[in-house]
Write a protein that binds this ligand. Structure first.
Ligand SMILES: Cc1cc2nc3c(=O)[nH]c(=O)nc-3n(C[C@H](O)[C@H](O)[C@H](O)COP(=O)(O)OP(=O)(O)OC[C@H]3O[C@@H](n4cnc5c(N)ncnc54)[C@H](O)[C@@H]3O)c2cc1C
Length: 474
């Protein structure tokens, strides 16, 4: 089996270990919040026009846009822990236009409406930018675009082919290294408008502030234990430890956590994604790599890294390992995985040997709600009174706002461009129950790793998954 550049150009082992010794086990973004939002627990029994479960981006965008559509509505957001503590407060902050987890995935699943989905995705990103400006959301929004870089020869063709001479521009090895200097880069594609960088936890906190200012009632530390709707019409009841919520309509925005609708429990599996953050770079360190365009960056193997600058010029470095635990378990203990953090640090110094001696200040992990089609799906239940959106598969920073609008459209009962989409009307295949789910995920991961070590050649398992519409191409 051939090696990858990260194995051919290994940094010194001591350098890797030393770089991690002071890294706190905490998402940098949440640590960086000066005044985290604080909302009461839910207590008592009350009626709402709309109750939203989950205070990540999906839930907060749903509540905010519900109030913008109709300021007279009484809207609640009920969160089991605290605003933005989960994926929304700990992600990479790549706010990407794509609604389909990239063009290749979109083309394989929705070939007839990909152009429409791309237009709607770009419009959604433009509207996020406009909302950030209109409401003054302090979330370090930078529309810097993104670089997809090739670090092996076989990865070049796809990037060259994507050049459209306009928004997508291909650079050869010399050109890409003038934008960002790594000896591993062989070429790259700069997507100029399709990605913005944000501070994830600040976006969640600011959305919560905007919700509260619009009159949304937010409740934290109030897990919803059950959802009942005995009658075919009338309110749906959510039970919490502090009492009951009766709501005419409910939007479920619970991402990787078990769905309150049993029928969707097998439609996502929680997969852990790992991240490192460096200390701030000095001016000299930053000058040694360039990166004046401050783009978000990803390399292009199946197992890929994503990286970006923060406002204070740290480098966030995440991805590569994706870890699924038997039974779909979610546990705080899974967030510390020393072998993964060492692997990430090693790959970092392979990519940027100029930064030898730089240290990581934070390390963390979060759960991604993987669906079998690698982009969100939309459920509707209880005679149209309960909407559900999940399955972003690690690319939901911008897509969550689109999903919020889909849920509101569907709850309104109106037919819109969004509700007419095949992507919205169709539901992906569920994952099989254990032990098949675990075996399937492990076999797929192994096959993807083999492909990365074999010039991108996909084996029989991956080809079969591609053929039945379950294939994954990063
Ligand atoms: C490490 C990492 C890196 C990522 N990087 C990127 C990136 O760069 N770009 C990108 O686009 N996407 C990225 N993602 C994915 C992105 O963060 C998510 O798609 C997005 O945040 C999903 O938002 P959400 O509101 O649906 O989910 P979440 O933020 O997970 O929020 C769901 C909320 O629901 C609450 N909840 C669940 N069940 C209940 C219940 N029964 N009662 C009450 N509350 C409940 C949870 O407590 C949680 O707060 C990343 C994810 C991770 C983990």
């Amino acid at each position: 089996m051939a090696s990858t550049v990260f194995e051919r150009s290994l940094p010194d082992a001591r350098l890797v270990i030393d770089s991690l010794t002071d890294a706190r086990l905490k998402p940098f973004w949440l640590d960086d919040l000066r005044t985290p939002p604080l909302f009461p627990r839910y207590r008592g029994t009350a009626g709402f026009d709309l109750a939203v479960v989950g205070a990540g981006y999906t839930g907060l965008w749903t509540a905010l846009q519900a109030k913008e559509r109709d300021p007279g509505l009484r809207v609640a957001v009920v969160e089991g822990r605290t605003v933005g503590w989960a994926a929304s407060g700990r992600n990479g902050g790549f706010c990407e236009a794509t609604l389909t987890h990239g063009a290749a995935n979109g083309l394989s699943r929705f070939p007839n409406e990909l152009a429409q989905l791309d237009r709607l995705g770009l419009q959604n990103l433009d509207e996020i930018e406009a909302t950030v400006a209109r409401l003054g959301l302090d979330c370090e929004f930078e529309r810097s675009g993104s670089l997809a870089v090739a670090v092996e020869d076989y990865q070049l063709k796809e990037l060259k082919d994507a050049d459209d001479g306009d928004g997508e521009v291909y650079f050869d090895g010399v050109g890409i290294r003038q934008l960002l200097d790594s000896p591993t880069f062989l070429g790259g594609l700069w997507s100029k408008r399709a990605t913005a960088m944000i501070h994830p936890a600040k976006l969640a906190a600011e959305l919560a502030r905007a919700c509260a200012e619009a009159g949304v009632e937010i409740f934290e530390r109030s897990p919803v234990r059950g959802l009942d709707s005995e009658l075919p019409s009338g309110p749906v009841t959510l039970s919490t430890d502090g009492g009951f919520i009766h709501a005419d309509q409910v939007a479920l925005a619970t991402n990787a956590f078990p769905s309150l609708l049993k029928r969707y429990r097998l439609h996502t599996v929680p997969v852990y994604d790992y991240v490192l953050m460096t200390e701030p770079l000095t001016d000299a360190q930053l000058a040694s790599i360039g990166w004046r365009g401050r783009q978000g960056v990803a390399d292009t193997a199946n197992q890929f890294h994503y990286y970006r600058l923060s406002a204070d010029n740290r480098i966030l470095w995440g991805g590569y390992d994706a870890v699924y635990h038997y039974g779909g378990r979610i546990r705080p203990a899974y967030e510390d995985r020393p072998e993964t953090f060492r692997r990430l640090a090693s790959h970092f110094f392979t990519t940027f040997p100029q930064l030898e001696g730089l240290r990581f200040s934070h390390r963390w992990a979060g759960v991604i709600d993987t669906s079998s089609r690698f982009c969100a799906f939309y459920g509707l239940a209880r005679q149209g009174r309960v909407a559900y959106a999940a399955g972003f598969t690690g690319l939901g920073v911008a897509a969550s706002r689109f999903a919020a609008n889909v849920m509101l459209d569907r709850l309104s009962g109106e037919s819109t461009e969004r509700t007419s989409l095949e992507m919205v009307r169709s539901t992906p295949l569920p994952f099989p129950p254990e032990p098949a789910a675990y075996a399937g995920v492990q076999a797929t991961k192994w096959a993807l790793d083999q492909a990365d070590h074999n010039g991108g050649m996909r084996n029989a398992l991956l080809k079969s998954l591609d053929a039945v519409g379950l294939g994954f191409d990063s």
